[in-house]
Design a protein around this ligand. Structure first.
Ligand code: HEC
Length: 147
């Protein structure tokens, strides 16, 4: 059994230890942000793309870095996955790519705005996210398609 003063010292000691650990880890995370987010590459075009992203409620359907709504595909790695050429075509006329399926809004973006959106999504895609989102495991589908 701990005496009262032992219990108090136990409580205080570990409170200090874990608060210190928490603070150290927080400082360490914050120090890594500039390198991991490569914020030095945040050009005016990237910023304009983010503004388009925010003013058109893209998050109402999509997620970026896992945040947003789950109606439409996660877009963190979309540039890597689809390539710029595909995205330019898609953003010009989304419905041409998927006739009769779930619909992405036709925003009638100008070519400059499309470039801005793609610049923003490219920048997002280069953030070091510790591997998020994981690549989909397509092995089960590969088996199914041969039957
Ligand atoms: C009303 C819901 C909705 C909104 C709002 C929306 N999208 Fe989409 N988006 C979709 C759907 C649905 C798809 C997938 C198309 C399909 O499967 O038919 C899609 C697909 C995409 C794709 C291609 C994804 C891929 O993997 O091929 C990109 C890029 C994209 N949207 C960007 C945007 C941007 C940028 C905005 C905001 C300017 C936006 N979306 C707003 C519904 C939406």
């Amino acid at each position: 059994m701990l005496s009262k003063s032992q219990a108090r010292n136990f409580f205080l000691g570990f409170t200090v230890l874990f608060s210190g650990t928490f603070l150290a880890l927080t400082v360490d995370s914050i120090r890594q942000v500039p390198a991991r987010s490569h914020e030095d590459q945040m050009t005016a075009q990237v910023v304009a793309g983010k503004e388009i992203w925010e003013t058109n409620n893209c998050m109402g359907c999509h997620t970026l870095l896992g945040e947003g709504a789950y109606y439409a595909p996660e877009l963190t790695k979309v540039v890597e996955r689809r390539g710029e050429g595909y995205l330019k075509m898609f953003l010009r006329d989304p419905q041409a790519m998927y006739p009769g399926r779930r619909k992405m809004v036709q925003y009638n973006f100008t070519p400059e705005q499309i470039d801005e959106v793609i610049a923003f999504l490219t920048w997002i895609g280069k953030i070091d996210t510790n591997g998020f989102p994981a690549a989909p495991d397509l092995a089960p589908l590969a088996g199914a398609s041969t039957k």
